[in-house]
Design a protein around this ligand. Structure first.
Ligand code: ZN
Length: 337
């Protein structure tokens, strides 16, 4: 079970936790007891983690897009919806919004970021002609409406069209879209798991790698992204999650880490450093079961890719894993022929 889109906000906020009566919390808030400054700080803290995840995810998915099977246009803009918070009215007031939507993050280097118009928490009212606040919501904890807003953005840029974002202050920003590997990156508000489900990479806010160097954190994100890029979920669905099969897919995801890092301008050796830092104490997450190699073996598998990657980077300026990466599995196994 994966919690997504804002469910975690509730658990993350101290004062919000004190009014844990989701049913009609909005009507029964004792405003004298709510420290809006603390609420805002808690939201901003969550956003710092999300920003890092989006920055790294964007950089990996953008830089590797020419090698991915599935590519979509993207703007790098991520919104937030007050209806997804545990206490929407508190969140609204803490952020000084009159409506429900605002910027969550603009991934560094993305068209949204480069426009300079998308600081976190700036209030957004419309995407093209659609006023998002007019959509019904089931808040609190309604994450579906935010997913719908992101689906709308994806659909609006399908042919690489620009989108027009209207702000509460009546300004309008037009952002272009660029190709990225198809995956959404989502921060989970609790836990230290990291998972990939074919279309998303979801990382718990307590995963220790958030505190590592950025290229080491990027190695974790790259491992999960690799599962999606190599279509592991679908392959395992077809060929069963036998220990041997899981191990092969895990090893493949590990070995692809330095390729993804190199293309994104990160140090490909950060993959090895990630396992050395995280491995000795790591639990849960990547070590969900015994179908994984030990962390020291994993570090070695990652390192073994480096010479080939460096040779390609030297000769071609990029590490074309689509052509040169050696698979552990037969990717077509189980497909109808
Ligand atoms: Zn994995």
């Amino acid at each position: 079970m994966i919690r997504i889109w804002g469910l975690g906000f509730w658990v993350g906020l101290s004062a919000l936790g004190a009014v844990q009566a989701p049913a009609d919390a909005r009507d029964r808030v004792d405003w004298d007891k709510i420290d809006l400054t603390a609420e805002r700080r808690a939201i901003e803290n969550y956003q710092r983690y999300d920003q890092l995840l989006q920055n790294v995810g964007w950089r990996l998915a953008r830089a590797n897009s020419e090698f991915c099977d599935r590519v979509i246009p993207a703007t790098g803009l991520q919104l937030q919806d007050m209806a997804s918070y545990g206490a929407p009215e508190i969140a609204r007031r803490a952020l000084g919004l009159s409506g429900d939507f605002a910027v969550q993050t603009a991934a560094t280097g993305s068209p949204a970021d480069l426009s300079g118009n998308f600081p976190s928490n700036r209030e957004v009212v419309r995407i093209n002609a659609v006023n998002l606040n007019e959509w019904e919501n089931q808040g609190p904890f309604d994450w579906q409406r935010l997913a719908r807003a992101h689906d709308l953005i994806d659909a609006s840029v399908q042919g690489y069209e620009a989108i027009e974002v209207g702000f509460k202050d009546n300004h309008v920003s037009v952002i272009a879209s660029v190709p990225v590997c198809t995956t959404r990156f989502e921060l989970m508000g609790e836990g230290k798991k990291a998972v990939a489900d074919g279309s998303r990479v979801v990382i718990g806010i307590e995963f220790p790698a958030f505190q590592y160097e950025e290229d080491e954190f990027a190695a974790l994100v790259a491992h999960e992204l690799a599962h999606n890029l190599l279509s592991h979920t679908a392959w395992l669905d077809r060929n069963k999650r036998k220990r041997r099969n899981v191990r092969m897919t895990e090893r493949e995801a590990d070995r692809l880490i330095p390729w993804l890092l190199a293309n994104a301008g990160y140090d490909p050796r950060a993959g090895k450093r990630f396992f050395e830092k995280w491995g000795p104490k790591g639990d849960g997450g990547l070590f969900r079961n015994r179908s994984h190699d030990g962390w020291d073996e994993r570090a070695e598998f990652v390192e073994a890719e480096i010479p080939r990657i460096e040779a390609l980077m030297d000769s071609q300026g990029k590490a074309d894993w689509r052509t040169h990466f050696v698979r552990e599995i037969d990717p077509d196994k189980g497909l109808e022929r």
